[in-house]
Design a protein around this ligand. Structure first.
Ligand SMILES: Cc1cc2nc3c(=O)[nH]c(=O)nc-3n(C[C@H](O)[C@H](O)[C@H](O)COP(=O)(O)OP(=O)(O)OC[C@H]3O[C@@H](n4cnc5c(N)ncnc54)[C@H](O)[C@@H]3O)c2cc1C
Length: 362
């Protein structure tokens, strides 16, 4: 019989379960979907931190500074731990001079973590059990909530984030509908700051066809090179390298739509490894409305909700209520007011929660 239940087999839950096993526990991981990995498996696999703690504070000014410090101080060791488990490294850089991190192969990373979490035997009393959601908190055992926030929960998004939630595109795995938040609050947890904030990306607007494997490839990450307007013709000038500000703005505009008009002269500009023109071509091939004239190419985009940034308020041990811990996107208040790596927070606070649940320090 297990004494630790982990809800969610994504980045945070698997890291927590793997760490708990390392400490001698036999955790049971409940996963709602019939596959492990959550949004982590669909992402580009980059796990990163800011180059300095000061920069982290400055870029996420409303986040909890104690949690930011822990994340900053622990991430490098935790990345080394992932590698020691056999997680396949694709690149040791992020391509962004402001950040440091590692790009893993997301499928390989999922497989390695599932193994380290005890494997996936059906009906087992420990390890990873697929297709089995946490609905109510278990009794007499510790619980780690790692259900990935509420990005896939339309009602919660409408309540906390935007009245345009029904028009938004879900740029994430479909499982994260907010049970972690609900169960945590019912257990006595408080909600964190920034419950209205999300990380999102502009995506090709309907009738574009976008499969789960296209979520990274079809992102439209060139607001800095475009005139961005809503359907009333109101303009937004992006102010961040991550473009999280324009995505959050777009999510609150009519039908979560924005038009990106790029001067033809800027189509060759590069954003990381892609050119602006190639991102637009990919959107057009997927079926998005694209208008081309002599001077501009204009793409209709829809805000794609990737992950929520607000959630349950955690302490330094990821505790939210007696015997209940939260990590990953279920734990909010870390990147509030800006953008930091969600998988990094999931990794660090997943391991932190497991150590605390096992009574190990820190
Ligand atoms: C295409 C894409 C690109 C991304 N790019 C970035 C990026 O550039 N930067 C960034 O910071 N983040 C990015 N992310 C987000 C990041 O991958 C996730 O936020 C990260 O995986 C967080 O880890 P998590 O464990 O909280 O959630 P997840 O990895 O999503 O895991 C949560 C798991 O919990 C499961 N679950 C939900 N409800 C229940 C329940 N009731 N019972 C049991 N299980 C449940 C879900 O099915 C899921 O498997 C991206 C995501 C995607 C999809």
């Amino acid at each position: 019989m297990t004494d630790l239940v982990v809800a969610g087999a994504g980045m945070a839950g698997l890291a927590a379960a793997a760490e708990a096993r390392r400490l001698g526990a036999e955790p049971l991981v409940l996963e709602k979907l019939d596959r492990p990995g959550g949004s982590m498996r669909l992402s580009s696999g980059v796990v990163w931190r800011h180059r300095s703690l000061e920069l982290f504070h400055a870029e996420c000014p409303d986040g909890d500074e104690r949690l930011q410090r822990l994340l900053f101080e622990r991430l490098d060791d935790d990345l080394g731990w992932l590698e020691s488990l056999g997680a396949p490294v694709v690149e040791r850089e992020t391509g962004n001079p402001l950040t440091i991190g590692t790009r893993f192969d997301p499928t390989g990373l999922t497989d390695v973590l599932v193994r380290a979490a005890g494997g996936g035997a059906p009906g087992a009393t420990s390890g990873v059990r697929l297709g089995e959601p946490l609905r109510e908190p278990p009794t007499l055992v510790s619980l780690i909530l790692a259900t990935g926030g509420f990005g896939a929960g339309r009602e919660l998004l409408r309540e906390h984030v935007t009245p345009e939630a029904d028009h938004a595109f879900l740029r994430a795995a479909p499982g994260s509908t907010g049970e972690g938040l609900r169960v945590g609050l019912a257990a006595g947890a408080r909600s964190s700051a920034g419950l209205d904030q999300v990380y999102a990306r502009a995506m090709p607007a309907p009738p574009a066809r976008i499969g789960e494997d296209d979520l990274v490839r079809l992102s439209q990450l060139y607001a800095r090179h475009a005139d961005v307007t809503n359907e009333r013709g109101e303009r937004y000038d992006t102010a961040t390298w991550s473009e999280i500000d324009v995505a959050q703005w777009q999510l609150r505009q009519p039908r979560a739509r924005a038009w990106f008009a790029v001067p033809v002269a800027r189509l060759e500009e590069r954003v990381r490894e892609r050119s602006v023109g190639s991102m637009i071509d990919a959107a057009e091939r997927a079926g998005a409305p694209v208008r081309r004239d002599e001077d501009h190419v204009t793409v209709e985009t829809v805000a794609g909700v990737t992950t929520t940034l607000g959630g349950l308020a955690i302490d330094e041990h990821a505790l939210v209520a007696p015997g209940v811990f939260a990590c990953g996107a279920d734990a909010g208040g870390i990147a509030t007011g800006g953008y930091a790596s969600a998988p990094a927070a999931a990794l660090v606070f997943g391991r932190t929660a497991a150590r605390a649940a096992r009574g190990a320090v820190p």
